[in-house]
Design a protein around this ligand. Structure first.
Ligand SMILES: Nc1ncnc2c1ncn2[C@@H]1O[C@H](COP(=O)(O)OP(=O)(O)OP(=O)(O)O)[C@@H](O)[C@H]1O
Ligand code: SF4
Ligand SMILES: [Mg+2]
Length: 341
């Protein structure tokens, strides 16, 4: 499969009064054509900053994509792109859906007008044609009575329907890459499942690549091809969905898996809640970022950062437990199909 996006050594910082918040640290990954990659990790781990960097949507006054970072999309480096080319790519080749449709949609404009405006911003076509396309898009995202819905204001729709409108707007110009940042978090579980089903169908139908950003590993198992687990601005484990669910090797991934309600129920184990907080992002860490919260922390973990250990072509993890001299630790009961060798 051809590579569509390649991120290399991405470092993003915010310049705050307190100092430099190093929000994304040396993150590298790729997304192939028609593939879905899930970015997973708890609040503040850098998922949104990574995603927004891909579209260069971070405010330039405080956020800095550091020297040496590379974001190649179809062979072009987004970090070095001029404003004109960036505007062409945004909303055309790469589109993004945000979590909160209530703040993302304009409350003073009808849904139809917002979709039409978005189409006209990117295409030199007559308004009537844009209106036909808006209707087609509402049908595509399976909104009932689409002709009527074009005339209503966002507050007259349910959260689920508004989020479908956001998806319609994102898909208006047939993007090659869709970044969905917590697209269902604000919704109840039934609506969440319906929207994930819809996204799955659309991804197949339109042949898009998707980056799904979520703090909830539970929703990625049916949807993603690969998963990248982030912690404190760094990638701690990456693998195919099967590798992450059936042979996770990083204690943080174990903690995430144990905190999925459905999985805990299935395994008849107690729902796990990770104690403590991630490290202060103002600090430059020379140790494992997870050391302070890790049940398996060893003396080396607090002295030196572990390198990524490659476990397969697709699976790697940054943890000292993978070192040949480390004690053999089995994942907690109910996690993964295999044990550490
Ligand atoms: N404008 C900003 N100024 C200073 N720090 C920021 C700013 N925006 C984000 N950060 C910091 O960058 C880190 C990463 O934030 P990010 O929004 O990417 O987290 P996230 O993984 O998307 O979390 P969530 O699941 O809550 O959406 C956070 O610790 C946050 O405090
Ligand atoms: S390197 Fe050490 S502290 Fe970090 S996750 Fe592995 S065992 Fe835990
Ligand atoms: Mg976020």
């Amino acid at each position: 499969m051809a590579e569509l996006l390649k991120v290399e050594n991405l470092n993003v910082s915010f310049m705050s009064y307190a100092g430099e918040v190093k929000a994304v640290r040396n993150v590298s990954f790729h997304v192939n054509e028609k593939e879905t990659l899930a970015l997973v990790g708890e609040s503040g781990c850098g998922k949104t900053v990574t995603s927004k960097s891909i579209m260069r949507l971070l405010g330039r006054t405080t956020a800095v994509i550091k020297e040496g970072s590379k974001i190649e999309f179809n062979g072009e480096d987004i970090v070095k792109m001029d404003k004109k080319r960036l505007a062409e790519i945004r909303g055309n080749d790469i589109a993004m859906i945000f979590q909160d449709s209530m703040t993302s949609l304009n409350p003073t404009m009808t849904v139809g007008k917002q979709i039409v405006e978005n189409i006209l911003n990117h295409n030199d076509i007559p308004k009537a044609q844009a209106m036909d396309r808006a209707l087609e898009l509402l049908k595509l995202v399976e909104i009932p009575n689409p002709e009527e819905r074009l005339k209503v204001y966002p507050h007259q729709m349910s959260g689920g329907m508004r989020q479908r409108v956001m998806i319609a707007i994102a898909l208006a110009n047939n993007p090659k890459l869709l970044i969905a940042d917590e697209p269902t978090t604000a919704l109840d579980v039934t609506i969440q499942a319906q929207l994930m089903d819809l996204l799955g169908t659309l991804k197949e139908r339109l042949g898009m690549s998707v980056i799904l950003v979520t703090h909830d590993l539970g929703i990625v198992s049916d949807f993603a091809d690969r998963v990248q687990v982030m912690y404190a601005g760094q990638v701690v484990e990456r693998g195919t969905t099967d590798e992450i669910f059936n042979n996770p090797r990083h204690p943080y991934t174990w903690a995430l898996l144990r905190s999925i309600p459905g999985l805990a129920l299935e395994q008849k184990s107690k729902l796990y809640s990770l104690k403590g907080t991630p490290p202060d992002l103002l600090l430059t860490l020379s140790q494992c970022p997870f050391a302070a919260r890790c049940d398996y922390c060893m003396p080396i973990c607090t002295k030196q950062k572990p390198d990524e250990t490659v476990l397969s072509d697709t699976h790697s993890t940054a943890c000292w437990l993978l070192h040949p001299n480390a004690p053999k630790i089995d994942p907690p009961i109910g996690i993964g199909g295999q044990h550490n060798e």
